[in-house]
Design a protein around this ligand. Structure first.
Ligand SMILES: Cc1cc2nc3c(=O)[nH]c(=O)nc-3n(C[C@H](O)[C@H](O)[C@H](O)COP(=O)(O)OP(=O)(O)OC[C@H]3O[C@@H](n4cnc5c(N)ncnc54)[C@H](O)[C@@H]3O)c2cc1C
Length: 397
């Protein structure tokens, strides 16, 4: 069995397969967790990219509840694997606080809160603007919804832990082994050609995120990579004790909004879309300045904190902002978590392990048909237009 890609999906699949005694080889183009999985903000929270009300409007209540529940199960799965395998990654559940950036956002968030309470009996609490001020030192927010189940962790430590554990169970992991060709040699069997040589496998699982290289054109026409950026301060314990005493996961409600949390060594991790742009060192620096300006505006008491780190990465977006998993032309795949991937990619690695091995297990992200994005051939020429549209929506919302 070959797994292609060493992010959370691939590492989690390799771990589950090896634990079941399957002979598994993982091939990674660069270094494990070198892309989205090692660059993300560290939030591991329940809930889909869109609210329960939006999902219900689109798919009906039963499907919406199911999608939401899978995310809850996924966070529980991460917590379980961390405990079972004793992965040292600072996993903790401090809750997720979604913040209303505009007065006009309150009604929509409140509808979502009511729906979560009514239909899922979710442990969510509504916070008034005054309650929010007790949670964080900012005058910028008009209310918020707290989900007490939100988790957070150190992503690098988590993925290193997944890889080490998978290897301990017998998985063989090859870095700098980019897959360049896949040749079907009968049924699900493939010859997999890499930068380091070729291997034949009974089954292949693609866990390649929003890869823009390799023989994955069919998937690349269905996923748009969108930049997301992060800055991290120096350790600032006394300032954080006042500004963010509960050290939760925080997310603001704008399209060009922010997500933030505090690390175990008391640094603030401040992320956001900043610009609709790809990540590279120059782009990251430019985005870092935009992020610093938003940090200064929203949490002014932290404005003198030195910025120690800045990076960017690519989030894998689909048209409906839902993941996709299944089988296409003899190749299994799971990917495209639309920016909410920490929990779901880890969970789907385990789900796909069972599916690939022929066990009876539900694939929550199976699609009867996954349509290519019209006019899209893997070059996101329209991203500046999408960016302008979302800025306009933020301005008039
Ligand atoms: C800046 C940023 C912040 C984020 N913050 C959060 C957050 O706080 N919470 C959250 O839930 N989600 C967050 N996300 C999203 C989350 O990180 C992703 O959804 C998740 O990591 C996807 O995992 P993956 O394994 O599917 O993909 P990836 O981590 O992208 O892994 C895919 C791997 O496949 C490899 N690959 C590609 N092509 C080939 C090839 N040809 N041959 C071999 N290997 C190949 C790549 O090198 C890569 O390592 C964030 C993403 C970014 C970029």
């Amino acid at each position: 069995m070959v797994v292609v890609g060493g992010g959370f999906t691939g590492l989690s699949a390799a771990l589950s397969l090896a634990r079941k005694g399957v002979d598994v080889v993982l091939l990674e183009a660069g270094r494990i967790h070198g892309e989205a999985s090692g660059r993300n903000g560290g939030h591991c929270s329940p809930g889909t990219a869109q609210g329960l009300v939006d999902l219900t409007d689109r798919y009906g209540l039963d499907v919406a509840k199911h999608h939401y529940q899978v995310y809850t199960d996924a966070v529980d799965y991460v917590e379980r694997i961390v405990a079972d395998e004793r992965i040292d990654c600072d996993f903790t559940r401090r809750g997720k606080l979604k913040l209303a950036s505009k007065e006009s956002h309150v009604a929509g968030m409140r509808r979502n809160f009511d729906a979560l309470r009514k239909h899922l009996d979710a442990p969510v609490e509504w916070l008034s603007a005054a309650d929010v001020k007790r949670e964080l030192a900012s005058d910028a927010f008009h209310g918020g919804m707290l989900d007490t189940r939100g988790g957070q962790m150190h992503m690098g430590k988590f993925s290193t832990g997944l890889a080490t554990t998978a290897a301990r169970y017998g998985a063989r992991i090859f870095e700098h082994a980019a897959v360049t060709q896949l040749t079907n040699i009968g049924g699900d069997r493939h010859r997999v050609t890499t930068a380091k040589g070729a291997i034949e496998a009974d089954r292949v699982l693609l866990a390649t995120g929003c890869s823009n290289h390799g023989p994955f054109g069919w998937w690349q026409r269905r996923i748009v990579p969108v930049g997301s950026f992060v800055i991290v301060t120096e350790p600032i314990t006394p300032l954080l004790d006042i500004a963010l005493p509960k050290r939760r996961n925080y997310v603001t409600s704008l399209n060009f909004g922010n997500y933030f949390r505090v690390t175990a060594d008391d640094r603030l991790v401040w992320g956001g879309r900043a610009r609709f742009a790809r990540s590279n060192p120059a782009s990251d620096r430019k985005s870092g300045k935009i992020l610093k300006a938003s940090l200064d505006a929203l949490l002014p008491s932290l404005k003198d904190a030195r910025i120690d780190y800045c990076w960017g990465g690519l989030v894998e977006a689909t048209a409906d902002r839902l993941p996709s998993a299944g089988k296409h032309e003899g190749l299994y795949y799971s990917m495209a978590y639309s920016g909410h991937g920490t929990q779901m990619s880890t969970y789907m690695g385990d789900v796909m392990c069972d599916i690939v091995m022929g066990a009876k297990r539900e694939n929550p992200w199976h699609r009867a048909e996954w349509k290519a994005l019209p006019g899209y051939v893997g070059r996101e020429w329209f991203l500046p237009l999408v960016g302008a549209y979302f800025r306009f929506k933020d301005a008039v919302s």
